[in-house]
Design a protein around this ligand. Structure first.
Ligand code: 6PG
Length: 250
């Protein structure tokens, strides 16, 4: 088992096995949260990696093990495009998960991206979160995150993090994101670090170098956004396939 200074690293043989393990953990956390608090709040990740996980969540037996009526779905970040745009994280989750599971529409909180400015969207989403969590910053039961080749996560990119997060805002507007589309909204680091559980899903040999840089950094290297995910009272798990983990010292 590879070690990192603050997180559990779980390595699976293939992307399929990563998705299966991710779905198992999602279902277990859902059962625990619903049993103890009657609800399970999740911030879903964008990008391509979690699509296999969403497919597993939508398939039996996992789907049947989750009381979807008590699951509340938010997004960790969103591209500022219409929700029916193929680039929209909501859109890709809609087809891969939301249309396949009995989660009530009233439990699904897409980031508003039409008829508002990005700043208004950030303010609106912050209000959704404050209303749901009854506190200024959300404490999600689970946040799913990906990792970009530059060390970004959600839509928090190197060199941009401090600007889009004035005064600990819950949601940041991100302009000129190096990963297109350039205009995005993202949970701020302050919000992400309130989570009870954070699950990074990273697969593929193209991520091996950044996985090593993030999880086993050399001394003195600047912190990347993914490395600043350090919840004050929460658990971080990195779910990797062998290909993404190949450069780690085991
Ligand atoms: C997005 C994601 C982004 C993603 C990483 C990894 O909106 O693009 O939030 O942070 O998770 O870029 O993307 P892949 O899973 O496609 O490699």
């Amino acid at each position: 088992m590879a070690q990192s200074n603050r997180a559990e690293i779980v390595i699976q043989a293939t992307p399929e096995a990563v998705a299966q393990e991710g779905a198992r953990r999602f279902a277990r956390l859902a059962q625990e949260s619903i049993a103890s608090r009657g609800a399970f709040s999740v911030a879903l990740s964008g990008g391509s990696t979690p699509r296999l996980l969403y497919k597993k969540l939508a398939s039996l037996p996992v789907q049947g093990a989750i009381d979807w009526g008590k699951v509340h779905l938010f997004w960790g970040d969103e591209r500022f495009v219409p929700l029916d745009d193929p680039e929209s994280n909501f859109h890709s989750t809609q087809t891969g998960l939301l249309s396949q599971v009995p989660v009530p529409k009233s439990n699904v909180y897409p980031v508003p991206t039409s008829g508002v400015t990005p700043a208004q969207a950030a303010e609106l989403y912050s209000q959704y979160l404050a209303n749901f969590f009854s506190k200024p910053l959300p404490r999600f039961d689970l946040i799913l995150l990906g990792l970009g080749p530059d060390g970004h996560t959600a839509s928090l990119f190197p060199g941009q993090m401090d600007d889009p997060n004035p005064g600990n805002a819950a949601v940041a507007v991100v302009e000129n994101a190096p990963k297109p589309p350039p205009l995005r909204l993202s949970l701020s680091l302050a919000s992400i670090n309130q989570a009870a559980h954070i699950l990074f899903l990273v697969t593929g040999s193209d991520k091996a170098a950044i996985v090593r840089r993030v999880l086993q950094p050399d001394d003195g290297e600047a912190l990347l956004p993914a490395q600043r995910v350090q919840p004050s009272d929460g658990a971080v798990v990195w779910l990797l396939d062998q290909a993404a983990a190949q450069d780690l010292d085991r």
